[in-house]
Design a protein around this ligand. Structure first.
Ligand code: TYM
Length: 345
């Protein structure tokens, strides 16, 4: 039997080549050898306020992007998280096994809320503590609890491997912890999953600041290349990307901007990054940027050709079939979980 993989993306903001490199690109390759489920995690998206019409629109858009990237519905189940109710049910049960300390240490929570509980001493003065309390009181419970829902997503399907970018590895760790905790208390029920991060796509950095990851919520649009950017715009963004000092094209940590451009190149062309770097020996930054901008423009043209060919009806049909398949697996698992928890059947 094939091992199972599960992964997901939130339908919020603009999907960019970082999401493609960290997640989708791996998925397309892994669907050949794994039993694959890919989810659009709309329940995660509502941990920050969403406009309902916009959320509906974006959910459908992301579904089309999965298909345009090459996820094949004959091989993989594609579905919307809220279509399979078992996710929220298991999340509640896992909440009862989760400690506050499991969640306060999550880097993403610290970044999004600005609250670092582990460093509480540094808040020192009374004014600071008061400010801190105000901020804490304003943060939504959903944002705090978010990784537990993600653990439920993963554990419901006996997932062995979770292909993600490296910002999600800590969340997969929590899924591992909760699986072990549940198994120890109620008997062997959940597979303990592993995350899978691809070297070149682990963390695509911002084009305007190679020290921070490319992000759909970045202030400047020159931070990212959105998957639906016009190809010419993508080209321009590469030409405007910041570079390091020096002139030689090398792949090293000391040259973060170059490293990032080479990683993007490697992902888009499917050529190992060392080979790409070698092909630029004796050439300069301008040559690299020119070649990469062609590669980006070609990639966006191909991707969007696929994307715009998809109808809403066809995409919805695929998502419905995917949810039916996911529900079959999830409902079997929840029967066992309810039994083990001691719920009356
Ligand atoms: P999300 O929607 O923030 O990101 C989706 C995927 O894109 C990857 N990613 C990146 N990879 C490389 N470089 C970047 N700059 C970059 N930015 C984003 C992320 O690592 C991720 O793989 N909590 C998750 C969604 C989720 C999920 C799950 C994932 C919910 N349930 C279960 C896996 C399994 C999230 O917010 O990803």
């Amino acid at each position: 039997m094939k091992q199972r993989i599960f992964s997901g993306i939130q339908p919020s903001g603009n999907l960019h080549i970082g999401n493609y490199g960290g997640a989708m690109k791996q998925w397309v390759q892994l669907q050949e050898s794994f039993d694959a489920l890919f989810c659009i995690v709309d329940l995660h998206a509502i941990t920050v306020a969403q406009d309902p019409e916009m959320l509906r629109k974006r959910t459908l858009e992301i579904a089309k992007m999965y298909l345009a990237a090459g996820i094949d519905p004959k091989k993989s189940a594609l579905f919307v998280q809220s279509h399979v109710r078992e996710h929220t049910e298991l999340a509640w049960i896992l909440n009862t096994l989760t400690r506050n300390g499991d969640l306060t240490k999550m880097t993403q929570f610290k970044d999004k809320s600005g609250l670092d509980f582990e460093n509480i001493e540094s808040w020192g003065t009374k004014e600071n503590l008061q400010q801190w309390k105000k901020e804490f009181n304003a943060v939504g419970v959903g944002l705090f609890d978010y990784p537990v829902l993600m653990a439920a997503d993963i554990l419901l399907y006996d997932t062995a491997v979770v292909p993600v970018g490296d910002d999600q590895v800590q969340h997969v760790e929590l899924a591992r912890t909760l699986a072990r905790r549940f198994n120890a208390r109620f008997g062997e029920t959940f597979v303990v999953p592993e995350s899978k991060v691809r070297r070149e796509g682990a963390r695509i950095m911002g084009l305007d600041n190679p020290l921070k990851k490319m992000s759909k919520s970045a202030a400047s649009e020159f931070n990212f290349i959105a998957l639906l950017d016009e190809p010419e715009k993508g080209r321009k963004k590469i030409m405007k990307a910041v570079t390091d000092s020096g002139s030689e094209v090398v792949y090293e940590d000391e040259k973060p901007a170059l490293k990032n451009l080479l990683n993007i190149f490697s992902l888009l062309e499917d050529i190992p990054v060392d080979d790409i770097a070698r092909s630029f020996v004796g050439k300069g930054y301008a040559d690299l940027k020119r070649a990469l901008s062609d590669s980006v423009a070609n990639f966006l043209t191909r991707f969007q050709h696929n994307y715009f060919a998809l109808s809403d009806e066809e995409t919805l049909r695929v998502m419905k079939a995917g949810a039916d398949r996911a529900r079959t697996i999830a409902s079997e698992k929840m029967k066992i979980v309810r039994e083990r928890m001691g719920f009356l059947s």
